[in-house]
Ligand binder design. Structure first.
Ligand code: SIN
Ligand code: FE2
Length: 205
């Protein structure tokens, strides 16, 4: 496994997971889940997404992968990143700036996320910090090349991953969600939150 990859099993205890789900539900009420589409082909993702933060990640047929400050369907700015997630970043990111984006992924039954690199951020010296909530998921992480050997980890509710250092640009993805393995969410499925720094760190910050 590349240097800088960290797996913090059950970082969030049950009571904090409940608090996080309540925060996410508040965000979803303002900024609903939508289904992104692939650049060019327009093929829909199986994962539904929304964001909080000054910037949000999205993808659609016409514009491709990008960050923007507004929701693609409502046109409204994304809600703020909750303090609880800023505190997580502060605790684990080991990096001097703030996160600007928090991508919220929802995996319903059958959803998965193909192997990819988080490569749309300018500031790749900052790590990506990810939180899992709800059903278990089979996550894979490989190397800097798509064909490099992969390690698989079953991510459970409350787990935190950090892709920092050399692992920041490692291929990773979700092979499968194991339906009904958690009772945290009202529906079955899994929520993943990923905190990212997008723009270059301003020295004044
Ligand atoms: C992602 O790579 O954007 C999400 C990974 C995950 O769902 O754990
Ligand atoms: Fe990713």
């Amino acid at each position: 496994m590349l240097d800088g990859f960290k797996y913090l099993s059950r970082y969030f205890p049950d009571s904090e997971q409940v608090a996080l789900v309540n925060l996410v539900n508040g965000i979803l009420a303002e900024s609903p889940l939508y289904r992104p589409t692939m650049p060019r082909s327009g093929k829909p993702f199986s994962v539904q997404m929304t964001n909080c933060g000054a910037l949000g990640w999205l993808s659609d047929k016409a514009g491709g992968y990008r960050y923007q400050s507004t929701h693609p369907e409502t046109g409204r700015p994304w809600p703020k990143i909750p303090d609880k997630l800023l505190a997580l970043w502060e605790d684990v990111a080991d990096w001097p700036g703030n996160p600007e984006a928090c991508l919220i992924n929802y995996y319903a039954v059958g959803a998965k996320l193909g192997s990819h690199v988080d490569g749309d951020e300018v500031e790749t010296r900052a790590p990506v910090v990810s939180v899992s909530l709800g059903d278990d998921a089979v996550f894979h992480v490989g190397g800097l090349k798509r064909g490099d050997p992969k390690t698989r980890i079953v991510l459970k509710s409350g787990d935190v991953l950090i892709l920092g250092g050399e692992s920041r640009l490692a291929y990773h993805g979700i092979d499968k969600v194991n339906e009904g393995t958690s009772e945290l969410l009202q529906n079955t499925g899994r929520i993943n939150l990923t905190l990212r720094r997008v723009t270059a760190l301003d020295k004044k910050e």
